[in-house]
Design a protein around this ligand. Structure first.
Ligand SMILES: [Zn+2]
Length: 454
C-alpha cells in the first residue's frame, strides 16, 4: 500500500501533464552548490521550466510545483570525463577476456543500457565515453548508446563518445595484443583505431569522426590492463601526436590521451592535447608545463584504487604494472593540486562497476583537494573540458536543467556525493528516491518508486 501511494503521489506531482513544457518546477534544498561559488549557498532554490533553468534564487513563482528536498544540497548534474559505458572490466581479468570472445556484441550492447542507467541514476548526467571496442567487431556500440539516449529510447547520461581509441600496433589499444599472432586472421588497422605514422593517424581520426565520434582518444603510452606493453613507454612519436591533434582540432574535436609515462606526457602536452588521462608518472616539471599550457589532467583515481583492492583478479604482469602506477599516482595528484593544474573529474568506470563513479570525490579530497574544488571538477571543469560549458556545468539561468541532490552537506562530508537521491536531466526527473538500475543485470524486485522519465 505504501509503495502504491508513493507511486501515485509521484505521478500526481511529476506525471506527464506536470512535465509539460510550460510547467514550472521549483527545486528547494537547505544548501546549493552552484558550480561557481567558493562556498555552498544556503537555502538553494532552482526554478526549472521545460528543459532549462529559468532562475536561481529565492523568488518563488506562483502556481509552480515545489519539490522541497529538505536537508540536502542541490548541485549541477555531475559529469565523468572518462567512462567506458559499453564495457565491464571489473571482474576477473581472464574470465572477462574469454567473455569478450564468447558474448555476442548485441548482448554486450544490451548490458551497456543497464550501465548507462546506473550512471545517470548515480547523478552523472553527462559522460565523456573514452573508447569502446569489441575484438573482431566493427560495431560502434557507444555511438548507438549515445543516439538511443538522445532519442529517449533508453535512459542514460548525455554522452560524448570517442569510438575506438587510436593507438600504435602492439600498443595499449591493440585488441590483438597478448593473443597468438593472426588468431583473428589479420592485423588490426585504422578502422580498428590502430595506426602507425602521421598519415594513418589522420585517416583513423577521419574514419572515427565519419562514424560518429564527438571526441578523439589516443594512447600515447603503455597501460596497466594491456598484456604486451610496459606501462610508461611512449607509444606514439611526436610527429604522430602532432598529426593526431592537428587532424582532430581541424575537425573541431578535442583530444584526450591515455598516458601514464612522463616522457609521453611531455610530448603530448607539447603536441597540444586537451587532456592527459591517468598521468601516473608525471613529474612536477611536466605538471608545470601542463598548467602553463592549460592542459587538463583527468586523474581516474578510482581505477587504480579498484585494481589495487582486487589484485588477485589480474595476471602477475598486470599486478606489477598496477603497483608501479598506483605507487606513483598519489604524489603526482598531490603535486597537480598544489601547482594548480586544471583537474577534470574522470574515473575510468568499467574498470570498476558502473554507478560507483562518485567514489572518486573522496579519493580526490583524501589527496589534498578541497571538497568544493572536487565538486567543481565534476561540474564546471568537466563542462569546460568537454566544450559544453555554455549549456551545462553550473546552476545558472539559461543552462539546461541537469540537477542533482544529495543528503546533508558535501563540503563537510564529501561522501554525500555517493548518496545522490534526486536526479533531473534536461528538466525531466530521472530519479527521486531509491535507484531502479542494477549493474549486476539480474532480474530485480519491482521498483519501489516508479518515476516517469519521458
Ligand atoms: Zn579508460
Amino acid at each position: 500500500m505504501r509503495s502504491t501511494s508513493r507511486i501515485l503521489a509521484i505521478f500526481l506531482c511529476f506525471g506527464v501533464a506536470a512535465q509539460a513544457a510550460d510547467q514550472i518546477i521549483v527545486l528547494k534544498a537547505e544548501r546549493m552548490f552552484d558550480g561557481k561559488s567558493k562556498t555552498l549557498v544556503q537555502n538553494g532554490v532552482v526554478i526549472v521550466q521545460g528543459n532549462a533553468i529559468v532562475d536561481v534564487g529565492s523568488n518563488l513563482p506562483s502556481g509552480a510545483q515545489v519539490i522541497d528536498l529538505g536537508d540536502a544540497t542541490l548541485a549541477p548534474g555531475f559529469m565523468d570525463a572518462h567512462t567506458h559505458l559499453t564495457l565491464d572490466y571489473s571482474g576477473d581479468y581472464n574470465v572477462r577476456r574469454l567473455h569478450e570472445l564468447d558474448l555476442n556484441v548485441s548482448e554486450q550492447a544490451i548490458r551497456a543500457t543497464i550501465f548507462a542507467r546506473a550512471t545517470v541514476e548515480a547523478g552523472f548526467t553527462t559522460v565523456r565515453d573514452l573508447g569502446s571496442r569489441f575484438v573482431g567487431s566493427r560495431e560502434f556500440v557507444d555511438v548507438a548508446l549515445r543516439n538511443s539516449i538522445n532519442k529517449g529510447v533508453i535512459v542514460g547520461p548525455r554522452m560524448l563518445v570517442a569510438t575506438k581509441g587510436i593507438g600504435a600496433t602492439g600498443g595499449h589499444f591493440d585488441p590483438t595484443s597478448g593473443f597468438r599472432d593472426f588468431l583473428f586472421g589479420r592485423e588490426p588497422d585504422y578502422s580498428d583505431g590502430i595506426a602507425d605514422g602521421p598519415e594513418e593517424i589522420r585517416k583513423a581520426v577521419r574514419f572515427e569522426v565519419k562514424n560518429g565520434a564527438d571526441v578523439i582518444k589516443g594512447a600515447v603510452s603503455g597501460g596497466v590492463l594491456s598484456l604486451a606493453d610496459e606501462v610508461d613507454t611512449p607509444q606514439l612519436t611526436p610527429a604522430e601526436m602532432a598529426a593526431l591533434v592537428d587532424e582532430s582540432h581541424r575537425l573541431r574535436k578535442k583530444v584526450a590521451v591515455h598516458c601514464h609515462g612522463d616522457q609521453a606526457a611531455r610530448e603530448a602536452i607539447e603536441a597540444g592535447v586537451d587532456s592527459i588521462e591517468h598521468g601516473s608518472f608525471m613529474k612536477p616539471e611536466t605538471l608545470t608545463r601542463m598548467k602553463n599550457k592549460g592542459t587538463f589532467l583527468t586523474p581516474t583515481l578510482m581505477a587504480t584504487e579498484w585494481i589495487m583492492s582486487k589484485l588477485d583478479n589480474y595476471p602477475p604482469a598486470l599486478q606489477a604494472k598496477a603497483k608501479a602506477a598506483g605507487a606513483a599516482r598519489s604524489d603526482m595528484f598531490r603535486n597537480a593540486v598544489k601547482l594548480g593544474v586544471k583537474i577534470s573529474f574522470g574515473t575510468d568506470a568499467a574498470v570498476f562497476p558502473h554507478g560507483q563513479n562518485a567514489k572518486e570525490f573522496k579519493l580526490m579530497v583524501d589527496l589534498g583537494m578541497t571538497p568544493i574544488d572536487a565538486l567543481k571538477s565534476a561540474t564546471a571543469n568537466d563542462a569546460e573540458l568537454l566544450g559544453i560549458a555554455q549549456k551545462v556545468g553550473t546552476l545558472e539561468k539559461g543552462k539546461l536543467a541537469d540537477i542533482v541532490a544529495m543528503p546533508g552537506d558535501p563540503a563537510s562530508d564529501i561522501t554525500a556525493t555517493e548518496r545522490v537521491f534526486f536526479v533531473m536531466k534536461e528538466g525531466k526527473i530521472v530519479r527521486n528516491g531509491p535507484p531502479i538500475a542494477s549493474t549486476d543485470a539480474k532480474p530485480t524486485e519491482p521498483a519501489d518508486v516508479v518515476v516517469p522519465v519521458d
